[in-house]
Design a protein around this ligand. Structure first.
Ligand SMILES: [Zn+2]
Length: 200
């Protein structure tokens, strides 16, 4: 079993510490969810090279051989979700939506609509809305995008490591499988990203 140290690093023989403070952006006060991604690059090194210059990133990276790296402290916020989140009630259970507000937003053009939905959702607390950067941890799996709708398949070793990692995070943050999301479920991304990731 892993332990979590005071700096927000997961201590275990299965995890290599490779922290890039340039992808950390302020405090992450509480972890309520996990978002699973694919990198759209073919090696872990490509992602590390990008992280050296800071900007967007996630807390963990799982290489194709299953090796887990921790790339940011779980006490610090990473930009991994994106700027605009989808409406959880609209995607999962329309009867939970504010039907008047929703009707007026759905009548808008696409660009205006996704901004309005995002602003509307951010007034809610998790789990009424999808996770955002300020309440979630991101896990990247190394893997290339193949075309507009497909990514290369997540390897069996990656899925084994993902299963272990999420189970450790469940324990440290009192989460369940219902708190783990694929990136395209949460924001407007290629539907193939992490589609072959499994953790249940
Ligand atoms: Zn992603």
């Amino acid at each position: 079993m892993s332990s979590l140290d005071k700096d927000g690093m997961l201590i275990d023989a299965q995890v290599i510490q490779m922290r890039f403070t340039g992808i950390e952006h302020g405090e992450l006060a509480g972890v309520h969810a996990i978002v699973v991604h694919q990198t759209d690059s073919s090696t872990a090194q490509n992602t590390f090279n990008g992280y050296k210059s800071g900007g967007n990133g996630a807390h963990f990276l799982i290489d194709k051989n299953g090796q887990i790296y921790q790339t940011a402290s779980v006490h610090r916020r990473c930009y991994h979700v994106g700027k605009l989140i989808r409406s959880k009630c609209l995607e999962i259970n329309k009867s939970n939506c504010d039907s008047v507000a929703m009707a007026s937003m759905l009548a808008m053009g696409w660009r205006q609509q996704i901004k309005a939905l995002d602003a509307h959702e951010r007034q809610k607390d998790y789990p009424e809305r999808y996770p955002i950067n300020s309440d979630s941890v991101g896990i990247e799996l190394v893997g290339k995008s193949l075309d507009a709708t497909r990514f290369e398949a997540v390897t069996a070793q990656q899925n084994n490591s993902l299963q272990w990692l999420v189970s450790e995070l469940y324990r440290h943050f009192s989460l369940t499988t219902s708190d783990v999301y694929r990136h395209p479920d949460v924001s407007y991304k290629s539907p193939g990203e992490a589609s072959t990731a499994t953790w249940k």
